[in-house]
Design a binder for this molecule. Sequence first.
Ligand SMILES: [Zn+2]
Ligand SMILES: [Zn+2]
Ligand SMILES: [Zn+2]
Length: 173
Amino acid sequence: MARDVSIVHSCDMCRRLGLPFMTATNEHVVAIDGPPKRFDFCDPHEEQLGPLIALYREEGVELDSKRTKQVEPDTGQTAALAPPAPEEPYKVICPLDHKRGGSGPKAVSYANRSAHAQTVHNLAVWEIAWGDPEGRLPVLCNAHAKCMENKLAFENEAGRGQHTRVCPLPVVV
Ligand SMILES: [Zn+2]
Ligand SMILES: [Zn+2]
Ligand SMILES: [Zn+2]
């Protein structure tokens, strides 16, 4: 069951003065000779103390002030509005030597591994024992002896199916 949860801060100054509970609508983070400390003020106390905070700001003291009234509770909307981070193509490891750009194994995008095998090594994709550093290729080819030897693997059944259709190797029964 969903519940409406909103965090209400009471005014630090009212509490200090023993005044009745007042909802704080102003938030200041002030650091004076120490770790930042947060103060919440109601509107009347903001009127009294805001200028003091502003003075500190002008004097170069690190602080961060904002009106909490404007701050919406985090409903996940911010995340939804932000453009999704472009997903890095998954990199597999080609274990062979690479003369250009340093010898030794090389990270190759999963989508490009066939092209890499062909153009760089003049090999077919199933002739290379690709490294799968994050274990994201759980579906092994089980149709061809050469693939099984090198544990040629795919992200999903669809990937394997496509491979099986185009691969010219004899199918192991
Ligand atoms: Zn107050
Ligand atoms: Zn390579
Ligand atoms: Zn295969």
